[in-house]
Design a protein around this ligand. Structure first.
Ligand SMILES: *Cc1c(COP(=O)(O)O)cnc(C)c1O
Length: 388
């Protein structure tokens, strides 16, 4: 590769030119099935007619105006999304890490106000899960409950994070106390290995968190926007979080993130507390409206569930000795393989299938939500030939 892009990614040896639905084409004209969708971003696939038309139309009207002003598209998307999420307010930004930074600031201010009211000591600790992933800024790295992300060369990291193992009922009493302002979790851990968080445990943890005066924040950056077959994965766990963060699929590929909040968290932020230059611009919000409208089309989300079940069942029916575990929700799927996932990923790419990994042994599937049965079958047959 050319050496001009920051040397941080370890990119695979392919240069893509364009895409169509769940298919990608490289600069040599070779065709690939896309089970990655830009890490769950291209939820409507590539070259989706409605999304392209919206972006073209909006680009010709107005791309950006700054947050001194409101835009028509921004207000409409806020209303539509808050209505669908049953939340009260929204802060728009440009990425998942920024959405989580906003949520962290909101939680800290919530704790600060509460400690003042009650004459308590500091209430600023945020409890997160082991194996979580919350972003690449300094605070969201520290919020991430994986030691390998807290590398010494970037120290010092912000303090005030505490980690708990998902599923460990015994740890809950110890981890929550009156210094905690928020409990932050992914309902399905993406980067950490496609781990489903147990509903009973999540509900117990949220209950103890709230009894101790903390709010609940769901990081739905990966799980949100239909990925798991519901608009938000927290609906399935019935967590009713005070804060939800989203990004990835929200605008179908236009960079965007958002922090939605409500209930007792509704009035925490006041003017000047937090801001973003690009956040919520008319182009991104117009794209977001088209994505949301498409996901809420009757039958769309149940089809996502059906496709996910079909993929998991098909792989399970192969009964291959090097497939060790299959799990997931909707079109967020993890498959543990041997010898190691990166080797399988490269082999798949050679044979025309893009697939992601989550850790050394897990293949991660995040195909476009609009993927067709034909595209699924083509992708799976490549995967099978590589695994056999
Ligand atoms: C991808 C991801 C993030 C970070 O999003 P960026 O847009 O890369 O900043 C945060 N949380 C979760 C759960 C993610 O999957």
């Amino acid at each position: 590769m050319s050496g001009v892009i920051a040397n941080n990614f370890g990119s695979l040896p392919v240069v893509f030119d364009h895409g169509e639905g769940a298919r990608l084409f490289d600069t040599e004209g070779k065709e690939y099935i896309d089970f990655v969708a830009g890490i769950g971003v291209n939820c409507l696939g590539h070259n989706h007619p409605d999304l392209v038309a919206t972006i073209q139309r909006q680009a010709a009207r107005q791309i950006h105006i700054s947050n001194y002003y409101n835009s028509k598209e921004g207000i409409l998307f806020a209303e539509e999304l808050l209505n669908a999420a049953k939340m009260d307010r929204i802060y728009f930004c440009n990425s998942g890490a920024e959405a989580n930074e906003a949520a962290i600031k909101l939680a800290r201010k919530y704790g600060w106000l509460k400690a003042q009211q009650e004459g308590d000591a500091c209430r600023n600790v945020i409890v997160t899960l082991e194996k979580s992933f919350h972003g690449r800024t300094l605070a969201t790295l520290k919020a991430t409950g994986q030691e390998k992300f807290h590398v010494p060369c970037f120290e010092p990291y912000p303090e005030g994070f505490r980690y708990v193992k998902a599923g460990d009922f015994g740890a809950l009493k110890e981890v929550f106390d009156n210094t905690v302002c928020a409990f932050l979790l992914e309902c399905v851990q993406g980067e950490g290995g496609v781990n489903l968080v147990d509903k009973e445990w999540a509900l117990a943890a949220a209950k103890i968190a709230r009894e101790n005066g903390a709010i609940v924040i769901c990081d739905e950056v990966q799980t949100g926007f239909g990925r798991t077959g519901s608009l938000f994965a927290s609906e399935e766990l019935e967590l009713h979080p005070e804060v939800i963060t989203v990004a990835k699929g929200i605008a179908g590929g236009i960079p965007m993130g958002a922090c939605l909040y409500g209930g007792i968290a509704k009035d925490v932020f006041v003017a000047g507390d937090h801001q973003s230059t690009f956040g919520g611009n008319p182009l991104a919000t117009a794209a977001g409206r088209t994505v949301l409208k498409t996901l809420l089309t009757p039958g769309f989300l149940s089809a996502v569930k059906g496709k996910g079940e079909y993929i998991r069942k098909t792989i399970s029916d192969w009964k291959l000795p090097n497939v060790l575990n299959i799990r997931g929700k909707g079109l967020m799927i993890g498959v543990d393989v041997t010898p190691d996932s990166a080797v399988i990923q490269r082999e798949c790419l050679n044979h025309g299938l893009c697939i992601s990994t989550a850790g050394v042994y897990t293949l991660r599937f995040l195909p476009p939500l609009v993927i067709t049965k034909t595209e699924i079958d083509e992708g799976l047959s490549i995967l099978k030939s590589v695994l056999q």
